[in-house]
Write a protein that binds this ligand. Sequence first.
Ligand code: ATP
Ligand code: MG
Length: 466
Amino acid sequence: MSFYLVTTSTIRLVGDSLFQDAVKAGMASVSELSATLGERIGQESADAFYERLLQAARSGGGRLLVVDMDGKVQADTCDARWGTRLALAEVHTLLRGEKESDYGFHQIKDGQTQQASSVFDPLTGRDISRTWVGCFASALVSDGRRVGALVMITSVQDTVDSLTSMQDRMLGIFGIALAVVLVLAGFISRIVTRPVAELSAGIERMSKGDYSRRVHVPGKGEMAQLAAAFNQMSEQVHNLDEARNQFVSNASHELKTPLATIKILVESMIYQDDMPPELRAEFLTDIDKEIDRLSSVVGDLLTLVHIDSHKLRLRREMMVFADTVRESVKRLQPLAKKRGQEISMEITDPCEMFADPGKLAQVCYNIVENAIKYTPDGGKITVRLRRMGRDAVLDISDTGVGIPEEDLAHVFDRFYRVDKARSRETGGTGLGLSIVQQIVRLHAGSVTVQSVRGEGTTFTVQLPVK
Ligand SMILES: Nc1ncnc2c1ncn2[C@@H]1O[C@H](COP(=O)(O)OP(=O)(O)OP(=O)(O)O)[C@@H](O)[C@H]1O
Ligand SMILES: [Mg+2]
């Protein structure tokens, strides 16, 4: 639009300035001519006067007409108009005495003049058979009396033609520019919108639950960064979704097994009326064990969910970590004794700290319980507590089965058990160590594991002493 406006107004400006030049030149020569001719009227013969007029017309390159006060043509260098009335507005203003000189532009078609609506109107339909002329009129004064008017008619067709061709060229350029702009705009908008479309398709897929697909936006621009961030987010959501599904399915599985066992035991008791009392007592003991297992799994799950939802708050107090360790070991001594295992303790520092004693007791208990569970009868378990700089370091080593290297990275994962069958026997759910890890992390500490298969395992808990 702006290019169109610039084009048309430029043509108009150039046209006006060209016509102004033509007007100046025409008016100057017709005024000069009328002044010299005016003096001659009545002083020389009509023929001589006409001859002078012809000469002036030839040297001036235009057509000259002399009009009397009635508007009648008294002389015409082209012979055509003798005796006729010249119906030109600029001549009449002159004869009425309103002006000394005047001009006008006309389009001549088939010999008829037509008033032009404007000097030049760009972008209107043009008729080639028409010719543009400029009429310049100046009053003829003889002896101080206005006797008529001198009219000079010159062709301005050249000016109009050059303007027309300029207009054509500019319109051509305008058309090309418009096409280029449109093509570029289309191109750029596609470049700009393609990544947006790609992203919105990705978001739509994600909203429908498909987290596996990634969006591809090449380059390093903001859209590419956005796409990378989106991909990262969708991967995280994907992982979370999978972890959640895995968690739910594992949890259900863990709950299903004891429930199934309880059902079988209860059913056998229902349908076997004549069940010996000893067997009935044994069944009831088994049911009791399964219920314990169920409640321990549910307890562990609740603890994890609590930690995950950031609702778990540590009840910190000044505590002696050495006492907590001793207490946990004491609680597990009977279990170790039953398996002929020896637990030795090396505590070199009380490790006083500001922490949650209940939670840290759970950490010790879980690790020592594992050491007992995964160490054959008669094995040895060592619990060492020492200070190392600003940290309390607790090592729990055993001479048990060990953990294969490929499993080491996973033992802290939820429901992860190295040997599923073996753990089932010992009643493990695979939640103990993940709870340990979460609690230690809440205390801004770390827990690591080292193990040699068949030789033993060492868990190391490092906690800052505040
Ligand atoms: N001291 C250890 N020696 C050998 N393997 C171990 C030891 N501690 C843990 N593991 C392995 O790591 C797995 C995960 O331990 P974790 O304590 O998380 O679960 P769990 O003991 O099986 O069940 P629970 O939820 O009852 O603790 C265990 O199943 C076991 O295979
Ligand atoms: Mg355990």
